[in-house]
Design a protein around this ligand. Structure first.
Ligand code: ITT
Length: 190
């Protein structure tokens, strides 16, 4: 089974491969256009990206739309996580907006909405969330995006190994559910 991964984010490419290859899926990348993410939800945007990639390549396509929702910021940046501030300034912007905010009010969660679109129009959707807090400063070099400011039990995702992050992350949970749904889907087609 060959799937194209519909993302332009290198951090996601690494994680998609880590999660899809053990399912026996051959993962390919392609030069894809970047459709406008006009959806109002994570899943709508994941579908837009997966559908566009499936049409462009003729292969089943998997996309994820994800983001960080900060309680103190009423759920922002949420679906706007990639467009929330200038590249390179996003983590700092979150930290600045939470300056002086005590730990009890620093709750946050990540969401990952995974959508796979098949050439016949079928789709599989799976969503995962993980809860934690926004750290007081950026810590750790692993991962990407907001990993170094998202903390669980005293450590940021940036300070965790790949295995530790995947075991608890929004994307790890979404892909675990995706795997179950894919197995069901493939059984149905036998
Ligand atoms: P694609 O749409 O091409 O996949 P993108 O980076 O634009 O890439 P999104 O629109 O889904 O992806 O934006 C999600 C943003 O949320 C992403 O840029 C990261 O900054 C952040 N994010 C998502 N998952 C994350 C994770 O596991 N760790 C840290 N930050 C994450």
């Amino acid at each position: 089974m060959k799937f194209v991964i519909a993302t332009h984010n290198q951090g996601k490419v690494v994680e998609f491969k880590r999660m899809l290859e053990p399912m026996g899926i051959e993962v390919v990348t392609a030069q894809l256009s970047e459709p406008e993410e006009t959806g109002k939800t994570f899943m709508e945007n994941a579908f837009i990206k997966a559908e566009a990639a499936c049409k462009e390549t003729g292969l089943p396509a998997v996309a994820d739309d994800s983001g960080l929702c900060v309680d103190y910021l009423d759920g922002a940046p949420g679906i706007y996580s990639a467009r929330f501030a200038q590249p390179g300034k996003r983590r700092l912007t979150v930290l600045e907006k939470l300056q002086g905010v005590p730990v009890e009010q620093r709750g946050a969660h990540f969401v990952s909405a995974v959508c796979c679109v098949f050439p016949n129009g079928d789709k599989i959707e799976a969503e995962g969330k993980c809860f934690g807090t926004i750290a007081f400063e950026s810590r750790g070099e692993n991962g990407f995006g907001y990993d170094s400011i998202f903390e669980q039990e005293g450590r940021t995702f940036g300070e965790m190994t790949d295995e530790e992050k995947d075991a608890r992350s929004h994307r790890g949970k979404a892909f675990a559910l995706f795997e179950e749904k894919l197995k069901e889907y493939l059984k149905g087609g036998e």
